[in-house]
Design a protein around this ligand. Structure first.
Ligand SMILES: Cc1ncc(COP(=O)(O)O)c(C=O)c1O
Length: 377
């Protein structure tokens, strides 16, 4: 367990921010790195051509450590939706086949597949929410021979249920289905390694559990898709991009590895240094330790909330960092406003009250949430 790291963040004692699943606070060193990066645009004459590439390579290298991959397999994207759309553009599927998604899956990992199904005549197959919260047991029998693509998260975002991706990946390979993952609610806080899971594509926005800025994301692309079609045909994704004077000598060749899938203007001098700084900090703490730290707070919260009539799945069906509390009746969305008036911040997602602590939270933060729930819920 990690001692409280609040000193690295600008969170007043009066705030009980238990809402990393919504958006993490940017830590002070990441804010400094981003601010210094933004300031560089005030002096463009100091920005050299190689720096359009070096910062991006640093981002790729650090992201690769969190994924257990190589930098060559990492593309820089703006959002989870951008990464999912890239996967949908490249993974083959045809009429008579199906694309598998979960019930209540996050929209950015649903709409691209819905459109792909409509375009190709494939069917969208939705795994119903299991009453026992065991998403893995619900997904495995749904992986039948007609499934061409399984588009899944590591953690189902309205229940907190976690999927055994290594087991699911193995089953996908058995039936010849591609596996596309949205890791936005898990990467950086739930151990993950591409060599265990072997996904085709895996995306994560950085602004939640990667503690990064908004509008920056990483996309893992398995080597077998490195010759695929990117969403954008810009200059910087091309093999000749490093020579600024010769860009109009148009090249049919892309830059190597997953770099062809980068978003346009990916060399973001403000966002990338902030994201890199945050990811380095996560690596220094260690993902397993972050998971245990957040998980211990959630375990205590789950026990205290149970006495107030809330229920939640138990670990390991539930991801340690992601507690979705339910009652027999749906949680009214206004509850978050009532709690916010007490400076206690959580979310309502679907029918659950979602509590997502991180290493900046204290025992007092958790006690304040329980005290508020005792009074008002
Ligand atoms: C599971 C999941 N995926 C992705 C996102 C963000 O998607 P995007 O980066 O496309 O805005 C969220 C945000 O809440 C999420 O919960």
């Amino acid at each position: 367990m990690l001692p409280c790291q609040r000193y690295l963040f600008d969170i007043p004692d009066s705030i009980a921010y238990l809402n990393c699943g919504y958006m993490s606070p940017l830590m002070k060193p990441a804010l400094e790195a981003g601010t210094a990066g933004l300031a560089r645009k005030a002096h463009p004459w100091e920005l050299t051509a190689p720096e359009f590439f070096s910062g991006s390579e640093e981002f790729r290298a650090v992201a690769a450590q969190l994924l257990g991959s190589t930098a060559d397999c990492v593309a820089i994207v703006s959002s989870a939706g951008y990464g999912v759309e890239t996967a949908a553009r490249n993974l083959p599927v045809k009429k008579g086949q199906t694309i598998l998604v979960l019930d209540e899956q996050f929209p950015s990992n649903y709409y691209p597949w819905k459109r792909l199904a409509e375009h190709t005549g494939a069917a969208l197959k939705i795994v119903p929410r299991p009453s026992d919260y065991d998403w893995t047991a619900a997904v495995l029998p749904a992986l039948t021979s007609e499934v061409a693509i399984a588009a899944l998260p590591h953690v189902q975002w309205t229940s907190g249920g976690q999927l055994d991706l290594a087991r699911i990946g193995e089953e996908c390979r058995k039936i010849g289905a591609a596996l596309a993952l949205d890791l936005t609610q898990s990467l950086g806080v739930l151990p993950f390694n591409v060599s265990d899971v072997q996904p085709d594509f895996a995306v994560a926005a950085t602004y939640k559990w990667l503690l990064g800025p908004y509008t920056a994301g990483l996309l893992y692309v398995a080597p077998k898709w490195h010759k695929g079609i990117p969403l954008e045909e810009g200059w910087i994704q091309r093999a000749n991009a490093r020579d600024f004077s010769s860009l109009i000598l148009y090249s049919d060749e892309y830059d190597s590895g997953a770099r062809r899938f980068d978003m346009g203007e990916r060399s973001n001098f403000a966002l990338l240094p902030a994201a890199v700084r945050a990811m380095r900090q996560i690596l220094e703490w260690g993902v397993e330790i972050i998971s245990a730290t957040s998980g211990a707070m959630n375990q205590r919260l789950a026990e205290a909330a149970a006495e107030l009539g809330f229920s939640a799945p138990n670990e390991p069906l539930r991801a340690p960092h992601y507690l979705c509390l339910r009652k027999t009746t749906p949680i009214p969305p206004e509850l978050t406003h009532v709690l916010a008036r007490e400076k206690v911040y959580v979310s309502v997602r679907g029918t659950s009250l979602r509590v997502t602590p991180h290493v900046y939270n204290t025992e007092q933060d958790c006690e304040r949430l329980i005290a508020c729930l005792r009074r008002i819920a």
